[in-house]
Design a protein around this ligand. Structure first.
Ligand SMILES: [Zn+2]
Ligand SMILES: [Zn+2]
Length: 233
């Protein structure tokens, strides 16, 4: 694919909103980001417009309270400080696509805390998303090795970045489980759940079908574990 002459870095953020999340950065930023512990954070819109996931960088020597949005950290390291009244947003609305080309400085109007999501009913927007560098890159990942090999040791994070168990319901909104898809529920339990494992949710049947080759191994395993070890929710 000649379009992919750009050098990219993919960072595993961890488990959040029902799936394993990754963030995309420019390859030249990989060294910078390695000085931090980068974790996912779900931001829930206070007006009930759903939620979205950001990558947050924690200074390894200073712990959780030092968290800073990765997109702001990257912007500042290339363009200098962000003036009061301004903020950095993601041009393609994919809040974990932290390539510098995807970031822009906009006036902070405080309204749109959660960026608008593409409308699922619009076919052309779906095409745009699927042609996006984020989608193409994440689609090439062959499943999360930690999840496959050590399902019990995979970390789940809640809204505060604290580690939680996978079945305690601390994550309220699910993102579509198909790795490259960034559609997130706007209402709790909006997406349909995998009927076999009752663990993962999808924005539609096409994502569920495309995720199946990767998900099927875990789908059976999880089902067994849930029956053995977990009480009903
Ligand atoms: Zn989806
Ligand atoms: Zn399943």
């Amino acid at each position: 694919m000649s379009d992919l002459s750009v050098k990219l870095g993919v960072l595993r953020l961890g488990r959040v909103a029902g799936k394993c999340k990754y963030t995309l950065i420019d390859e030249k930023d990989v060294n910078l980001v390695q000085q931090y512990a980068v974790e996912p954070r779900v931001e829930v819109d206070k007006n009930g417009n759903g939620a979205c996931i950001y990558a947050v960088a924690h200074d390894i020597s200073r712990g959780h309270c030092s968290g800073k949005y990765l997109h702001e950290l990257l912007w500042e390291s290339h363009n200098g400080g962000i003036a009061p009244g301004w903020r950095v947003t993601h041009k393609n609305h994919v809040t974990v696509d932290n390539r510098l080309d995807n970031l822009e400085l906009v006036k902070d109007n405080r309204q749109a805390q959660v960026p608008s999501q593409p409308d699922e009913s619009s076919g052309s927007q779906t095409k745009n998303r699927e042609n996006s560098l984020y989608w193409i890159t994440i689609m090439q990942l062959t499943g999360d090795p930690l999840e496959v090999n050590y399902p019990h040791f995979s970390k789940w994070y809640d809204f505060n970045g604290d580690i939680v168990g996978p079945v305690d319901g601390s994550y309220v909104y699910y993102e579509c489980h198909y790795a490259p898809c960034t559609r997130m529920e706007r209402e709790i339990r909006e997406f349909s759940i995998c009927g076999r494992c009752q663990e993962v949710r999808y924005c539609g049947t096409s994502c569920q079908e495309r995720d199946w080759p990767a998900h099927k191994r875990l789908c059976q395993k999880r089902g067994r574990q849930v029956r053995e070890s977990s009480p009903d929710r």
